[in-house]
Design a protein around this ligand. Structure first.
Ligand code: BMA
Length: 353
């Protein structure tokens, strides 16, 4: 079966890289290379919180709605660090950070990859990521010494977590870190209308510099705007720079069926062009159809547009256990489950055993 061949190929590539490069500085480069060197016609399939919970379950071991449907784990797992900054045991969606740590190590051992987002709290108001009531939060984090110090402490918690991601041999698991996402919209406190381009870029630099200072050598960074930018110039308006970013992506959802193909096609063309010009990895950093209300969505709507592009990975969002109809991957018995199996077997989307 084509899928199995691809799984074997990618797993081999992943393991051969890991076994020859022990130094974690080199290992960071290795994750980037692994993503860069995927076959053009293939992409890693990703699912947010896949092994943590799904429809009708929470916290089971060795379970994922995706695996229950197609028999394999997503090649890419996405998790969120929101709440880690406060020192909480669980993130904003009730996932324990200890469990997250363990699942990251397991995903690495099976040859898969991990990406981490960060829906952190608002350091100025005490609200959540979506609290945009104060339009000066980024500026204050940069310039107000009290808030600056508080924020450095938050970054240190992230650094500690990233540094704790070690394999049995002591080497660190490399991950993609994707903070400050969807900044071209204005629904997060770091969004377009909430700070200037210079402030946004300075926030990125502060983040990367502090993590580096705290010894983090196992993270590569993903830049992940929404679909608002339509030109390269607009896409790059707040780009933190080639020295920081390794993955250029876009978050593009199926919200307006009639225009989806064009919207996704244009967004991925833009991402691919920037990736090529800047020597970066191109990715669909978030996508999905909330509640997947069309039985053949995977092969008839999503796949045709993805097959026109070369992206390293795609991530669908979570199958919420605590929010009605908030699911983006199939689960056994769901409307699109059979079609997802066909999507998984077609050979473009990659999974791990
Ligand atoms: C959003 C929703 C929220 C969730 C947040 C962080 O898109 O899924 O329910 O808390 O992501 O995972």
């Amino acid at each position: 079966m084509k899928k199995l061949t691809l799984i074997a190929l990618v797993t081999m590539v992943f393991f051969s890289c890991q076994s020859t490069k022990q130094n974690s500085e080199v290992a960071v480069q290795t994750l980037f290379e692994r993503l860069q060197n995927l076959p053009d016609s293939c992409f890693l399939f990703g699912h947010h919180d896949s092994p943590m919970y799904g429809i009708g379950w929470f916290g089971d071991e060795d379970r994922s709605d995706v695996k229950s449907v197609c028999g394999s784990w997503p090649a890419m797992m996405s998790f969120d660090l929101g709440g880690l900054e406060l020192g909480n045991d669980r993130n904003l969606d009730s996932v324990s950070f200890q469990r997250m740590h363990d699942e990251i190590v397991k995903q690495d051992a099976r040859g898969g990859v991990v990406t981490l987002s960060w829906h952190l709290r608002n350091p100025k108001t005490g609200g959540d990521s979506w609290d945009v009531s104060d339009t000066t939060v980024v500026r204050s984090v940069l310039n107000d010494s009290l808030l600056h110090d508080k924020f450095l402490g938050w970054l240190d918690n992230v650094a500690q977590f990233l540094n704790s991601l070690t394999r049995a041999d002591g080497s660190k698991v490399e991950v993609i870190f994707r903070p400050w996402h969807e900044h071209t919209g204005s629904w997060f406190w770091w969004g377009q209308k909430l700070c200037t381009a210079e402030e946004y870029k300075a926030l990125w630099k502060l983040t990367a510099d502090r993590l580096k200072e705290k010894g983090v050598s196992n993270a590569i960074y993903a830049y992940s705007p929404g679909t608002e930018p339509k030109t390269q110039e607009a896409y790059l308006e707040r780009y933190p720079g080639d020295d920081i970013i390794s993955v250029v992506g876009v978050d593009c959802y199926y919200s307006d069926p009639a225009n989806f193909f064009t919207k996704m096609d244009n967004a991925l063309t833009l991402v691919e062009t920037v990736a090529k010009q800047h020597g970066k990895v191109a990715a669909l950093t978030e996508t999905g159809f909330e509640g997947i209300k069309e039985a053949d969505w995977w092969t008839q709507t999503l796949l045709p547009v993805l097959k026109r592009h070369h992206i390293a990975y795609m991530v669908v969002w979570r199958n919420a256990f605590n929010k009605a109809n908030h699911f983006f991957a199939p689960y056994p018995g769901s409307l699109s489950a059979d079609n997802f199996k066909a999507f998984a077997e077609e050979g473009s989307a990659m999974f791990v055993k």
